[in-house]
Design a protein around this ligand. Structure first.
Ligand SMILES: Nc1ncnc2c1ncn2[C@@H]1O[C@H](COP(=O)(O)OP(=O)(O)O)[C@@H](O)[C@H]1O
Ligand SMILES: [Mg+2]
Length: 318
């Protein structure tokens, strides 16, 4: 089902949804071009899962309309279901079965012929780095392995669109980067992905476009560069022990990291916006400060987080 002729794979107009007194979605519009990754970024309770469930036909909107792969999610829900994959925050796989058994079972649930389910399961295990672990029971898997198995299960039917609801929440950094690699692989093959996340760096790593959602409304959207640009990007920050050396530290830092540092008012802190994210900037700053005989209490690379984006956009933290 790849190579669908839709320029826009996901299209939502003024989607609204309430749960009794809670407004979960308050008029959301969305356009996701075919073959791209859209990152829906927002804190807990923002409405991410509600939107995903509506787009995946598991929940009806109160009003508004959405089309996925050219089909209406309410009136043509069945047709949509055949074209999508969904992986939630909590693994849907059976702990007592092996990875391979799980995938074969899912294949049968999707009505794949037995032989095809078997072949597909083997191919997916291979592709997600689980070939060796395939015959172990899932209860022995790490968090990252489980999540990859879960994503593999949602790909048994070659969906045109994949919804990933907080694919790395709760994972350790190593498992997280394994899941990121798996997602990047899918994207290279042309799958359109909508992923939700609470992490700016995750959206930055994976998404072509990011929408920031807060209390059921999209409050900003743009490329990762645009969004990070609006919060100032990566900064090198140092805290100087002796306040009389602040000026000297600014000079040293200016040359070392090729930026225009400023002193944070009322603090012994200097902040410099830098290009790129390299740790070598820190090394250069340390060397330059050391050469100038300046003692620091702290020196760090600060990447903007969802909190920074929120503070900037809404004036409040998440
Ligand atoms: N089944 C439900 N019944 C009542 N309120 C709900 C239900 N599901 C979600 N909510 C509420 O709707 C809002 C949005 O929730 P959700 O879509 O799960 O956000 P997110 O996935 O961004 O954390 C929250 O205030 C949440 O408490
Ligand atoms: Mg959620």
């Amino acid at each position: 089902m790849t190579g669908t002729p839709y320029a826009t794979m996901i299209e939502a107009r003024d989607i609204r949804k309430r749960y009794s007194t809670t407004t979960a979605l308050d008029g959301v519009d969305l356009d996701v071009p075919t073959g791209t990754v859209y990152g829906l970024l927002g804190p807990n309770g923002a409405g991410k899962t509600t939107l995903v469930r509506i787009l995946a036909t598991l929940l009806r909107p109160d009003s508004g309309a959405a089309r996925v792969a050219g089909r209406d999610v309410v009136r043509e829900a069945n047709a949509v279901r055949y074209r999508i994959g969904l992986t939630g925050q909590f693994a849907a796989v059976d702990e007592k079965l092996t990875g391979r058994e799980n995938l074969r079972l899912f294949g049968r649930l999707y009505h794949l012929p037995r032989r095809q389910a078997k072949e597909k399961a083997d191919a997916l295990l291979e592709r997600f780095g689980l070939a060796e672990a395939g015959d172990r029971v899932v209860s022995m898997y790490s968090g990252g392995m489980r999540r990859r198995l879960d994503i593999a299960a949602s790909l048994l039917v070659d969906p045109a669109v994949l919804f990933l609801d907080e694919p790395t929440t709760g994972l350790d950094p190593r498992s997280r980067s394994q899941v990121w690699d798996a997602i990047r692989g899918l994207v290279r093959e042309g799958t359109t992905v909508l992923l939700t996340t609470q992490y700016l760096d995750e959206a930055d790593q994976l998404a072509d476009r990011i929408g920031v959602i807060d209390r059921g409304r999209l409050i900003a959207s743009g490329t990762p560069g645009e969004l990070k640009g609006s919060v100032g990007g990566t900064r090198v920050e140092i805290v100087v022990e002796d306040p009389s050396r602040l000026g000297a530290a600014v000079d040293a830092l200016r040359h070392a990291v090729d930026a225009d540092p400023h002193v944070v008012p009322g603090a012994r802190r200097i902040s410099a916006a830098v290009d790129g994210a390299g740790g070598d900037l820190i090394a250069a700053a340390v060397r330059a400060l050391d050469a100038a005989g300046i003692v620091t209490e702290d020196i760090a690379l600060r990447r903007p987080t969802l909190d920074d984006v929120f503070l900037r956009l809404t004036g409040h933290t998440t």
